[in-house]
Design a binder for this molecule. Structure first.
Ligand code: F6R
Length: 607
């Protein structure tokens, strides 16, 4: 999942390419590269550095009106300069950038090597440049089609040609590409954010399509060669770049925003008097809602954890069977998609390929699938066609924080709608509605007084292993806390349902091991206390996230972090906050790259 930008027009390509790359860096930041098409040759600069660092080395770049650029998240081949994009053909006359994975790489590469082609990198992507070169007989478009038709797998590709500076050719299969149509200039990118500074008139490429871009716009053909007549669209969303303000990191800024972002997700959606809620994007009235017999939330990583909370709330409040599924598993296990089930695709970016694949699988099987998405106009939102935008605003830090609480909120709003058609009376619905509306204030209350996070961070920073435990609604929170600590601080840890701990992971505990226990005052509290005692009996140090005023847990714990008391089903919105802060502080203490942790990317567009 890399970022691609390409430019052709009368202006200096370099600033346009670099500005685009900067906005696409969330897609991967292992290395950065650029190719400018000049009369003297294809000028390439690439390195294992971030976009800003490469930019500083470009003072000697020639002026060019055509170029392609790339920010990489390594799949095939390590993070080396040779593996950075762009890649050239043997004679250095064709350059390509690629996002995706070529699955028949081994066979294609063996064939090219047998033909005498010498490879300069370990990537699957380099194959594309050589395949085009082999087919090239003076017509770049014809050669591009011959090459691309041999590829299996996913790709977003842009290619430029020394002999044809009047054209850039691009193709898409599974990796998004959008073409910006300017005034006498054309820009291609993996995502509209990289384009909006220059134009808002765009054409989206669909899978198995090729675009032949010139200064006058783009001609689109299917991979089979049929001409496609695609009208352009006007980008209307706000693509303004988020500012970090006075905060040292986007992650901290985004953690602190959560009272406001949860409020935004609720605004206009809760009807207190009716004890109900409304999500316009679902296009569902009570008759459609009562027909739902099961709900399945699909997602990956943090979004999967939000889906788990949502599923538990649906079962608890609406008494409709619900579950969360990891999208990458769901899509390949020939899932059963019943006509009375409703599927939600939960995704911050709306570009996660595993979640998109799961959406497509539900659709193929005739199921109903809706998005719970943050990024407006993203691929998952457009593919689902219906759903809920969570409105958390741009999430810049790679580790997801505010998107999680907004996703949970959106699913809780849906839960209220569903529950009101079945299990909840007017009074009960009003109570749920009021509790939801109260959530932003409880979040603000906790964030104003977050407790001894610093001490907790010191305890986990030196640990060889950290165990996160929780029961019921607190189990997905424990999972999310462990995921954050791994991502940001690279500390080995795992999360378990607290009752399951004695079936194995307890063997990991030794005197002094930190155990982060999420134990608010809920229906499982007594059982959680018993598990806490089991942990303490092994000499472990319990860092307890518990409800304010719960003196019993506070006095048992090695470190007590009180949070405001809420309903059971609402507690994840609050109990997750100290865990986000804990990961953040631990990462800072260990001098980690907080907003761009190693090996990760903000949108995972490869399988
Ligand atoms: C964790 C994180 C990832 C994402 C996952 C899904 O902090 O950011 O686990 O949650 O890659 O991404 P989206 O929500 O964009 O589908």
């Amino acid at each position: 999942m890399c970022g691609i930008v390409a430019y052709i027009g009368p202006n200096d390509a370099l600033p346009r390419l670099m500005d685009g790359l900067r906005r696409l860096e969330y897609r991967g930041y292992d290395s950065t590269g650029i190719c400018l098409n000049t009369p003297e040759g294809l000028w390439v600069r690439k390195d294992i550095v971030r976009v800003d660092t490469l930019d500083q080395t470009l003072t000697d770049a020639p002026r060019a009106n055509v170029g392609i650029a790339h920010t990489r998240w390594a799949t095939h081949g390590g993070v080396t300069q040779a593996n950075a994009h762009p890649h050239l053909d043997g004679p250095n006359r064709i350059a390509i950038v690629h996002n995706g994975i070529i699955e028949n790489m081994a066979a294609l590469k063996a064939h090219l090597i047998a033909e005498g082609v010498e490879f300069r990198s370990e990537t699957d992507s380099e194959i594309i440049a050589h395949l085009i070169q082999q087919a090239y007989q003076g017509d770049p478009e014809a050669a591009f089609f011959v090459a691309i038709r041999q590829l299996r797998g996913t790709f977003g590709i842009a290619a430029c040609f020394l002999d044809h500076p009047d054209v850039i050719i691009a193709a898409r299969n599974g990796s998004p590409l959008v073409i910006g149509l300017g005034n006498g200039e054309t820009i291609l990118a993996s995502d509209p954010q990289a384009i909006v500074s220059w134009t808002r008139r765009v054409v989206y490429l669909n899978d198995r399509e090729v675009a032949i871009m010139t200064v006058d716009g783009a001609r689109v053909r299917t991979l089979a060669g049929r001409a496609v007549d695609r009208a352009d669209e006007l980008l209307e969303s706000d693509y303004s770049v988020a500012e970090r303000g006075d905060e040292p990191h986007f992650m901290l800024k985004e953690i602190k925003e959560q009272s406001e972002t949860v409020q935004r997700c609720l605004t206009g959606r809760i009807q207190v008097d009716e004890g109900n809620a409304k999500l316009g994007g679902l296009n569902m009235g009570p008759r459609e809602l009562v027909a739902i017999r099961r709900v399945v939330n699909l997602g990956c990583g943090t979004s999967y954890h939000a889906g788990m909370v949502g599923a538990m709330a649906i079962e608890a409040l609406a008494r409709v069977p619900a579950r969360a599924e990891i999208a990458s598993e769901f899509r390949y296990r020939n899932p059963i998609v019943l006509p009375d089930a409703l599927f939600f695709a939960v995704s911050q970016s709306g570009e996660t390929i595993d979640t998109l694949g799961a959406v497509q699988e539900v659709k193929v099987k005739g199921g109903e699938v809706m998005g719970v998405v943050n990024v407006v106009g993203s691929t998952i939102a457009r593919t689902c066609g219906q759903g809920v935008y969570v409105h958390s605003g741009p999430e810049v830090a790679v580790a997801s924080t505010k998107a999680f609480t907004s996703q949970v909120t959106a699913l809780l709003v849906f839960t209220l709608m569903l529950a009101r058609t079945s299990n909840l009376s007017l009074e009960q619905g009003q109570r749920v509605a009021r509790a939801l509306l109260d959530a932003p204030a409880r979040i603000a209350q906790y964030l104003a007084n977050p407790g001894p996070i610093e001490q907790a961070a010191q305890a986990v920073v030196g640990a060889r292993y950290v165990l996160f435990l929780g029961r019921g609604f607190s189990f997905p929170v424990a999972l999310e806390g462990a995921l954050k600590l791994k991502e940001i601080a690279y500390i080995p840890c795992e999360a378990y349902p607290a009752g399951e701990m004695k079936h194995g992971p307890i063997a990991m505990l030794e005197p002094g091991s930190p155990v982060v226990f999420v134990a608010p005052r809920d229906s499982q509290r007594e059982k959680a206390i018993s598990n806490m005692k089991e942990v303490q009996a092994r000499g472990a140090r319990v860092i307890a996230i518990h409800s304010e005023g719960d003196d019993e847990i506070a006095s048992m714990a090695w470190l007590s972090i009180p949070v405001p008391q809420t309903e059971d089903w609402l507690s994840p919105l609050i109990t997750v906050l100290p865990l986000q802060l804990l990961a953040y502080r631990a990462g800072v203490m260990l001098k980690r790259d907080i907003d761009k942790p190693r090996n990760l990317a903000k949108a995972v567009t490869v399988e």
